[in-house]
Design a protein around this ligand. Structure first.
Ligand code: FAD
Ligand code: MG
Length: 564
């Protein structure tokens, strides 16, 4: 890996004619397929340098824990191997972005810089600076949007310059803009020249995660049950595996099998981390899904329900595009300021999976050990932290997710947290239902496989007590080698009481808001159908309970979840 060492400037003696030189700068978009900026740069007779620069921020590296950093490194290795197959290599640098780019442009005599657009607000300034640098150095910039289905600018333009406040409005505007672009061809690398030095690895090789100063926090991060592997090659394999499941669902009239039949302990089939780094093109996923849907429903027209989840991703990206404070509560115009408690001790217990609720703790362990948790697990743990039980700020939860999740996206993660905590995207704070940390777990993990996997201390606890082990008689605890309060914590709150209190506080927030007449300024789903699409719930709301009535109500939701 080089910090500032550049390969020697090419001289005209390298070849008879002086070549035009281009850099393709990878940030997200870590793929060859459907990469329009790369495709445009691969031009007959040009010399191409694929570059990645660790500048302390790129691709969310500032906040990344060990698992996500490893996923990124794997993705870069995969890219490097792909280029190697065509006679090239990936050039990796570490240091100050503007210095490195400026030096490369001069030393390699670069005339074109291409990159896939990073549409999130946090990248705007960096890319403006780079565009300015290129203009000063007379370098052509090729920047194309393919990390999202629609360029957020087009959506905003078609909505009077503002982000569409509800998901239905977003869908209406997206329909007016038209279908998302089709994927572009793979580049033909036989047209370009690559220059590779024999000591490439030494000078420009990919660093280890540890070299970047990020270390495993626990042994489980190296001994994971589910092993997620980064990179375009794996992403494309996963896509074909995943499509078999999706096609099967379409053939029996279902959509979104991953959320309709949540399997929290199933094998890693999600593509969100690959989408997050751009190892998989969102447009490829969209069109493969759409084509498969249309094939299995001939003549019926296309229904967005088949790709509904992809549109939520789009919606959160679009909502955040001009809001640099999207990941904060204060100064974030779409986020309600809720007087959350500030309790570091409780926050740590939640983060470390020591709440005493095995369902929540197993989720937090999986998050830390593997970097991925199912959507229903994300619901359970985020509502527990915020409006369900602990009444702690969603921003603290976001920071933990942002560190550990492989798929942590600045906009998508914050958007989901705001919604789950009733801070935004919810029309009138109708949230009298919350997930019960006992019953929801029972419903999602009926055999206790998930809990026993991530909390081995409870492996011998009988299923009857597994979700509320504090209720197990002493003799049962002894037999299971797990004394509650000693080997595994007592529950940190009494769910019934805590959720009732949270409910009352949320109603206070709501009433105050109603008094100001401001609630309609908040963005949110337009109707309950949208809520249902976002929050998967078993048919009879099993797993939820009326807040404050946990003991009395045998169903599993706490009543009134998200306005349903
Ligand atoms: P599928 O159901 O197969 O959906 C396909 C794709 O659609 C996903 O890969 C993802 O890119 C997108 N998608 C699905 N659900 C959502 C959603 N609710 N919002 C936006 N996009 C969605 N997803 C992320 O990609 N990054 C995050 O940082 C993230 N943070 C979350 C935080 C919280 C508190 C919650 C409740 C959800 C979060 N999600 C996030 C959304 C969702 O949980 C994951 O996208 C999903 O679990 C990934 O699994 P999948 O690929 O099998 O999803
Ligand atoms: Mg997926």
């Amino acid at each position: 890996m080089a910090t500032s060492t550049m390969p020697p400037a090419q001289t005209s003696s390298d070849s008879v004619e002086v070549k035009k030189v281009a850099i393709h700068w990878f940030r997200h978009g870590l793929r060859i397929h459907d990469n329009p900026a790369l495709l445009e740069t691969v031009e007959e007779g040009w010399e191409l340098y694929p570059v990645f620069i660790f500048d302390g921020e790129v691709a969310g590296t500032r906040t990344a824990g060990y698992n996500r950093m490893r996923f990124l490194i794997e993705s870069l290795r995969d890219l490097d191997e792909t280029f190697n197959n065509y006679g090239g290599r990936l050039y990796v640098f570490t240091g100050d972005l503007m210095n490195i780019l400026g030096n490369l442009i001069k030393e390699w005599n670069v005339s074109r810089l291409s990159f896939d657009a990073d549409v999130e607000a946090i990248w705007h300034k960096r890319d403006q600076d780079v565009r300015r640098l290129c203009s000063e150095l007379d370098v052509e910039v090729v920047e194309r949007v393919s990390h999202v289905l629609w360029d957020p600018k087009d959506i905003l333009e078609n909505n009077g310059g503002k982000p569409p406040l509800t998901y239905s409005l977003f869908n209406q505007v997206a329909r007016a803009v038209g279908d998302p672009p089709k994927t572009v061809d793979d580049p033909d690398f036989s047209k370009v020249t690559f220059k590779v030095k024999s000591n490439h690895d030494k000078l420009f090789g990919i660093p280890d995660v540890e070299t970047l100063g990020v270390f495993p926090e626990c042994e489980q991060q190296n001994q994971r049950h589910n092993n997620w592997v980064g990179g375009e090659t794996r992403a494309l394999q996963l896509l074909s595996q995943r499509m078999q499941v999706e096609k099967m669902a379409f053939s029996v009239g279902m959509v979104m099998p991953n959320q309709t039949f949540p399997n929290v302990s199933g094998p890693p089939l999600s593509m969100s981390a690959h989408l997050r780094f751009g190892c998989l093109s969102i447009r490829k996923l969209y069109w493969v899904l759409r084509n498969a849907f249309e094939k299995s429903h001939p003549g019926k027209g296309f229904s967005n329900s088949a790709i509904g989840q992809l549109l939520w991703r789009e919606y959160f990206y679009t909502m955040s595009v001009n809001n640099i404070n999207y990941d904060k509560m204060e100064e974030n115009p779409i986020c309600l300021n809720i007087p959350w408690y500030n309790d570091q001790e409780k926050l740590k217990k939640w983060e470390n999976g020591e709440t005493g609720f095995p369902w929540i703790d197993a989720i937090m362990k999986q998050l830390k050990h593997e970097g991925w948790i199912h959507h229903v697990c994300r619901h359970a743990t985020s509502t527990f932290l915020t409006r369900g039980d602990l009444w702690l700020n969603w921003v603290d939860g976001l920071k933990v997710f942002t560190k550990y999740l492989l798929d942590a996206d600045w906009s998508v993660c914050a958007g989901n947290w705001m919604w789950m905590s009733s801070s935004a995207f919810e029309k009138v704070l109708q949230c009298p239902k919350c997930f019960c940390p006992v019953r929801y777990g029972r419903k999602m993990d009926p055999d206790g496989v998930y809990i026993r996997r991530y909390l081995p201390v409870l492996k011998d606890m009988p299923l009857r007590y597994l979700f509320e082990p504090w209720k197990a008689p002493k003799s049962v605890q002894e037999k299971a080698n797990c004394i509650i309060g000693v080997d595994y914590p007592l529950p940190m709150v009494e769910h019934g009481k805590a959720s009732k209190q949270c409910y009352n506080m949320m109603m206070e927030v709501k009433n105050k808001l109603l008094a100001t007449g401001k609630e309609m300024e908040l963005c949110g789903p337009a109707n309950t159908e949208e809520v249902a699409q976002f929050v998967w719930m078993p048919g009879n709301h099993a797993g939820t309970c009326h807040q404050g009535e946990e003991e009395a109500n045998p169903s599993m939701l706490c009543d009134g979840l998200m306005g349903m």
